[in-house]
Design a protein around this ligand. Sequence first.
Ligand SMILES: [Zn+2]
Length: 437
Amino acid sequence: MPSIRRRCVISCPTRKTLKLTPLPLIALLAVLANSLAADTTFGQESKPASAPVERPLVTVSAEAKAIHSRGYVFDGHNDLPWVVRTEASRSFDKLDISKPQPKIHTDIPRLKLGGVGAQYWSVYVPADTIKTGAAHQTTIEQIEIVKAMIARYPETFELALNSDDVNRIRAAGKIASMIGMEGGHAIENSIAKLRRLHEMGARYMTLTHSDTLDWADACSDAPKSHGLSEFGREVVREMNRLGMLVDISHVSTETMQSAMDISTAPVIFSHSSARGVAEHVRNVPDEILKQLPADGGVVMVNFFSGFIVPESAVNTRNMFERRRALQAKHGNDKDAVRKEMDAYELQNPVFPGSVHHVADHIDHIVKVAGIDHVGIGSDFDGIGTVPKQIEDVSKYPVLTQVLIDRGYKEADIHKVMSGNIMRVMKLAEIESKRLGT
Ligand SMILES: [Zn+2]
């Protein structure tokens, strides 16, 4: 098996690997100098934030374990398929997840420890694949990786296409495995390709990833449509008809609003947190959260420390622009981009924070939108820096303990862990029937 390098936010902000080989001092000084010189590219740079205050360690009680095990986790976003592609030549022989795989966040023993009962597996492909005409085909290959995983471990996973499937597969003691697409570039501006991906099993689509498309604006790129273009609105209407969830993580606030205005089914944020807690464009602003009771949708909280820890969010706020500018500067020289990014991050660290920060975001969304509109969208195996005590898929019971400590009742905890996303799926299925598929 190849060595698996720790990834840093592959699906979300930076998609880089953490450098494990120390640079010689002279080389380090050189990249630091380059990085500082490059700062002028990024307009105003403020002082890096300093580390947050340490918060108490959490001990999981017997009561928390019992409450957790009476429900299940339905996580909105896990990037394991991309890791299998890039680090294991798409082979579950090379990355056998029936065995502990401590270099990544996800394996079967830890999914079981974490009480994971349903999972949206992300079939992410990089946004720049659209430039080479490879976006659609690569997404299909990623769907095939999910199906290969299910075929390889049939005692653990089964493909789920709707909420009834989730209940049936759960009842059989397996993990209901759903497919979520990350980025509308996968459809290459074609409704026929959208339908094909639905036919292959995809049940949500994040409208953009990091780059603005011809028809939808990303939160981390310049706007084109100031929301959705006419074709973008057609995409959303077709997703409603198909019963595919409209995922508005990664999109601009204008596109969030436009999607919520057009969609006749509730929307989801498969892996986003709250801007009211940590100021970062990847998080959801209160003006959108306030509309969720009327919309019916759900924000599934992302665990990436760079989004959820306020001090880290300060230090990561320019990460998309920085990466894009470095890619323009260095072209295909990925090592050069990585070196400059690493040097920048030495100066602007992503502080891990802890499970308490995840709970802060849940609390805020409950306060602004209500208990029916929050879920879990860890982004495991798409992120490198994770909060303490919730470092992998085995740790969800720690979050249950923190919620108990904050006064959440069992029924509310189960809503957060799985009930709310199940409600949204059912409503989208009803709407799809009404629209006549
Ligand atoms: Zn993402």
